[in-house]
Design a protein around this ligand. Structure first.
Ligand code: 4AD
Ligand code: MG
Length: 464
């Protein structure tokens, strides 16, 4: 493989020997001065481009090089030399510059000026070539790898849970239906009967969480995780919700709520530490243009323990707050984003783990506490984001679980496979789900979740 620009930029040119290099990329800017052309070329391997200097003696100078425009794909063969210019260690003196693909400046939408993120969303096929969206893509990949590495190092096994499922894990009725029936077949009969004739012989949908299937493998392999796209047909047009998002879900046998929180906190702090170490150039861009003070905020999360409080304590704090909230606070109702943010931005001034929520606002699988009113749940809240993680210890007692499932109207027959985990060799176990895009939002300071996933899916929006 040929070296990429990131590698070339960190190469110290050999003083004794001429070092010929070949590079391929896209023109970011092109400036003419006398008999020279200064071309900045990028290839996505890092934020910086490399400066290429083309002299008028090159054979296609007058016809092609003089007219190079932003977005043109080029191949350059040249000599890597120390750069006399400020801000760059090396540059390339071109011996040959070939145009691989033109980009008509009259129609190419990415010009040198700054474009709004809203405009860039309308051109998802071109936006990864911009500085900010290009940096998001690199950070996303680094974070993804960091999460896998952390869990791998702790002895977790990755399990690929299904995308098509017949179980609505969260019980919120937000599953997208998957059907092979034609519109007429669906309309002909009442829908329940229609699904009996459908591909799977019953109603199936896109998964909202891989947790229930991950539990199966936690009860055979101890420590597992699933990491993949999840889907929710919730009509929330907010800057923190997607209809398709990626979720990391570790699940651990012989683990209680305390151990669940330990793992989640260590995982988040490790991921942040990894990007602080490895993505300095990209983070500096976000720190400067997107969210002032970002790096400092990340360092605090890396270095300080998260605050822990119970739901009841959180409600007390909120009730005693001087701030007026849009949604009222009362024991028994779910915390809204504004409450979550207040807890970590104003009260704790760092991430907060809220535990022991009322049972009535949480899904059926969470373990009932001694008080009979709350469950062993935990949510991790981050400043500026709100909920990043939702997790719990799972109800491992067959009688209590079946009673709770009946209460919430679940069909025990349909979940018989899940109940088998409690019938045979049940053990205390726990897990959590981390919203990957929300973690990227936190790390980049990007305010809209649609700008941290390559092709966002939201209500009314799935263009390609
Ligand atoms: O809190 P949630 O709904 O938890 C579960 O699905 C559990 N089954 C996870 C588990 O215990 N294995 O979702 C987990 C996280 C949330 O904290 C949030 O960060 C993210 O997933 N999330 C979303 N992210 C983007 N868009 C949405 N519509 C999201 N819904 C949840
Ligand atoms: Mg949640």
């Amino acid at each position: 493989m040929k070296p990429r620009i990131k590698e070339l930029l960190s190469t110290k040119p050999d003083q004794q020997q001429i070092q010929q290099v070949t590079l391929e990329g896209w023109v970011r800017t092109c400036r003419h001065s006398g008999n020279l052309c200064f071309i900045e070329v990028t290839d996505g391997s890092c934020l910086s481009g490399i400066q290429v200097i083309a002299e008028s003696t090159l054979k296609n100078y007058a016809e092609e090089i003089r007219h190079l425009s932003t977005g043109t794909a080029v191949q350059v063969v040249g000599i890597l030399v120390e750069s006399p210019a400020k801000g760059q260690a090396v540059e390339v003196q071109a011996e040959q510059l070939t145009i691989l693909g033109t980009a008509d400046p009259n129609s190419y939408p990415l010009q040198k000026k700054r474009h709004s993120f809203e405009f860039l969303r309308s051109i998802s096929q071109l936006r990864p070539r911009t500085n900010a969206l290009g940096a998001v893509a690199r950070l996303r990949s680094t974070l993804h790898f960091a999460l896998h590495r952390f869990l791998h190092d702790q002895g977790f096994l990755q399990v690929h849970t299904p995308i098509i499922t017949t179980s609505d894990c969260e019980g919120a009725g937000e599953m997208f239906t998957v059907t092979a029936l034609s519109d007429q077949e669906l309309q002909k009969q009442n829908t329940q009967d229609a699904f009996a004739q459908d591909f799977f012989g019953r109603k199936a949908g896109l998964t909202v969480s891989g947790q229930l299937q991950a539990e199966v493998y936690a009860l055979s392999h101890g420590r597992v995780y699933t990491f993949g796209p999840t889907f929710r047909a919730e009509n929330s047009n907010t800057s923190r919700h997607l209809a398709e998002f990626w979720m990391l879900e570790p699940e651990m046998a012989f683990c209680d709520l305390h151990c669940d929180m330990e793992v989640a906190e260590a995982l988040i702090r490790d991921a942040i530490s990894t990007v602080l170490e490895n993505c300095t150039e990209d983070l500096a861009l976000f720190n400067r243009f997107i969210s002032k003070g970002l790096i400092n905020k990340l360092e605090i999360v890396r270095d300080q323990c998260f605050t822990r409080m119970t739901y009841s304590e959180a409600v007390k704090e909120l009730e005693g707050a001087k701030q007026q909230f849009e949604y009222p606070v009362a024991w028994g109702s779910d915390l809204q984003a504004e409450h979550e943010r207040f807890l970590c931005e104003e009260i704790a001034r760092r991430p907060v783990i809220v535990t022991n929520y009322p049972q009535t606002i949480k899904p059926f699988y969470m373990r009932q506490n001694e008080d009979g009113k709350t469950v062993a749940a935990m949510d991790i809240l981050l400043p500026g984001i709100g909920e990043l993680v939702g997790g719990s210890q799972r109800e491992e007692r067959l009688d209590i679980l079946t009673a709770r499932m009946q209460e919430t109207g679940l069909d025990l027959e349909e979940y018989s496979w899940y109940l088998d985990l409690r019938r045979y060799g049940t053990v205390p176990h726990a897990g959590f789900g981390l919203g990957f895009e929300r973690l990227i939002q936190f790390v980049t300071g990007m305010s809209n979740i649609r700008d941290v996933i390559p092709f966002p899916r939201t209500p009314g929006n799935a263009p390609c």
